[in-house]
Write a protein that binds this ligand. Structure first.
Ligand code: GLN
Length: 207
């Protein structure tokens, strides 16, 4: 059976993630309620606005169930605001920024400067081919601190932000500061789907 991957659908660019996942032959579910979260084997947290996503998670009664699933090892992938949501700590956060604390990292919100709303930059991604990935950054964060268990998967190459960490993985949770769902390059989603399959196969093996 193909895994069912949920896309948190409270706010942000949900449709592009659903389309990217569906092109990889997995089942998807838009997650707004507890029952939808329960059906998902894994979750994608899209970009959008992280303080708003945090407030909506709380008011839809999903914050604690999602934290519990992540603590239980549910695979997750967050892009941009989703990366912020998965972090343990945020710099330049909003007044009541609520986080899911699934990756031991500190991210800086709107790190590339407020005037730089949106730009594209090449990112070299570990284990995803030699071709650099065309990263689309929209008021994006970067990772200021990655904990000892966190694998750095991608950094900006060149320009003023040269070397900044913009893609990470910790166990079966990954995050990117950029938006691969809008470039038509499926490598990040494919890597996530493989991770989900591996994680589910690992769970089956231990039953
Ligand atoms: N700057 C936004 C935030 O802080 C993230 C932007 C995005 O997801 N494109 O949540």
């Amino acid at each position: 059976m193909p895994p069912t991957i949920g896309v948190l659908a409270l706010q942000g660019d949900v449709a592009d993630h659903l389309a990217a996942l569906e092109s990889l032959s997995v089942s998807t579910v838009s997650v707004r309620r507890r029952a939808e979260l329960d059906r998902a084997d894994a979750i994608v947290i899209p970009g959008g606005e992280s303080t708003t996503i945090g407030k909506l998670l709380q008011s839809f009664g999903l914050m604690d169930p999602l934290r519990d699933r992540l603590a239980d090892g549910m695979p997750a992938y967050g892009s941009c605001a989703g990366m912020i949501m998965l972090a343990a700590e945020v710099l330049d956060g909003g007044d009541d920024q609520r986080l899911l604390s699934a990756i031991d990292m500190t991210v800086r919100r709107n790190a590339f400067g407020r005037q730089v709303d949106s730009f594209e930059h090449d990112v070299v991604l570990e284990g995803m081919g030699d071709e650099p990935f065309r990263g689309v950054f929209i008021r994006a964060p970067w990772v200021e601190r990655a904990g000892p268990e966190v694998e750095v998967v991608g950094r900006v190459t060149g320009g003023a932000a040269d070397g900044r960490i913009v893609a990470v993985r910790a166990g079966s949770v990954m995050a990117t500061a950029f938006h691969p769902e809008i470039t038509g390059d499926a490598r990040v989603h494919r890597a996530f789907v493989e991770m989900v399959r591996d994680s589910l196969a690992g769970c089956m093996a231990t039953i």
